[in-house]
Design a protein around this ligand. Structure first.
Ligand SMILES: Cc1cc2nc3c(=O)[nH]c(=O)nc-3n(C[C@H](O)[C@H](O)[C@H](O)COP(=O)(O)OP(=O)(O)OC[C@H]3O[C@@H](n4cnc5c(N)ncnc54)[C@H](O)[C@@H]3O)c2cc1C
Length: 334
């Protein structure tokens, strides 16, 4: 693997946009994508006649100004979502046909929903977008699910059932699985519950010509070889920082012990081929300090075998207990 200024994990819209910005700022970038395609949670599917439907994200609307701007820059046009005619709501196995915004629900249920929506929007309005965890009573909101909040705050069973459908439609998840704090944060970032559920002038306002995945496909085309598919990132090590800290610790220790020696530190997080690497970098050394992440309980024997094989042909070795950083605690000397 070559050297880059920045490695971006994932070729979804976020990763590709980040890579585009970094590349425009003159940085060398690699986008490492685990799967064999770009787009992440946006995925086009073509029917035999060439019509494209989306199997993930598909709509764009007010508040998503950056996505509109990005699509325009890439030449991906959008068109209004079809929103004419009657609306249909399936309720208790019955299909209800309605026009306007009554949702085909009785007046007392609409009143119940109106009150719940007012409460939800008022709570959402108090969530700071940059730091939702600092909201008033954030802990309490985060330890409650949307389902339990609805049970406590929506009086009619039809109102609760209706809001369940709304939550499932917006989040592709069940109210039992969503924290109230996240729900409110999401509503705040999308404007309001009303805006997120609307078609005209709402989150379902427009769709992209050629499907939403086309935006990622074009971003990736522009990034060219920087996008690497089937490259799952299995671990991330802040090698440079660890290397620097370790170097400083070792030098300090040597100075305090009045030992005059050169120090070279090598940090590796990838265990494949580690034996050869360690043998290689240690060949010229008089003393090798070796730190290896501590074993999980039950894996002590494997750990000992690993150490033995690593130390095979090395000169004098001092094992260092590894505590996330260089701890300088000597265990044994050979
Ligand atoms: C059914 C559905 C409907 C949706 N509808 C809409 C909608 O209408 N409008 C809307 O705006 N949004 C919608 N969304 C949400 C929208 O699709 C997502 O918010 C958006 O695509 C997320 O982009 P992302 O880049 O943040 O993450 P993702 O698209 O999830 O991209 C993350 C990428 O990282 C890769 N990755 C993960 N781990 C690793 C690893 N260790 N190594 C390498 N690669 C890795 C993944 O394979 C993936 O390609 C919908 C989502 C779903 C699922």
């Amino acid at each position: 693997m070559s050297d880059f200024d920045v490695a971006v994990v994932g070729a979804g819209l976020a990763g590709l946009s980040a890579a585009r910005a970094l590349s425009a700022a003159g940085r060398s970038v690699a986008v490492l994508e685990a799967t064999d395609r770009v787009g992440g949670r946006t995925l086009n599917h073509s029917f035999a006649d060439g019509t494209i439907v989306e199997l993930g994200g598909q709509w764009v609307g007010p508040t998503q100004d950056r996505l509109y701007a990005l699509a325009a820059e890439l030449g991906v046009e959008h068109y209004p979502t079809w929103d004419e005619g009657d609306n249909l709501l399936q309720r208790d196995g019955r299909l209800v046909r309605y026009r306007g915004e009554s949702f085909g629900l009785p007046a007392h249920v609409l009143a119940d929903l109106g009150l719940a929506q007012w409460r939800i929007d008022r709570l959402a309005g108090s969530i700071p977008l940059e730091a939702p965890w600092s909201a008033r009573r954030a802990d309490r909101l985060d330890s409650e699910t949307v389902a339990s909040w609805l049970r406590r705050n929506v009086r009619t069973s039809l109102g609760r059932a209706f809001l369940r459908v709304v939550v499932e439609a917006v989040f592709s998840a069940e109210p039992e699985d969503i924290s109230m704090l996240h729900f409110l944060f999401y509503l705040r970032s999308g404007g309001s519950l009303d805006l997120l559920t609307r078609t005209g002038s709402g989150a379902q306002e427009s769709r992209f010509v050629g499907g939403s995945q086309e935006i990622s496909v074009r971003l990736a085309d522009r990034l060219g070889d920087a996008v690497r598919l089937e490259c799952p990132v299995r671990s991330i090590a802040q090698d440079r920082e660890l290397k620097q800290q370790t170097e400083e610790s070792l030098k300090r220790m040597l100075t305090e012990s009045r030992i005059d020696a050169d120090v070279e530190v090598s940090v590796h997080s990838d265990f494949s081929g580690i034996d050869e690497t360690i043998q290689g970098v240690s060949r010229k050394a008089d003393v090798v300090f070796l730190g290896l992440a501590e074993p999980e309980t039950g894996a002590e024997e494997v750990y000992a075998d690993r150490l033995n094989s690593l130390m095979g042909n090395l000169p004098t070795v001092i094992l260092v207990r590894h505590a996330g950083r260089f701890a300088g605690k000597l265990l044994l000397e050979e």
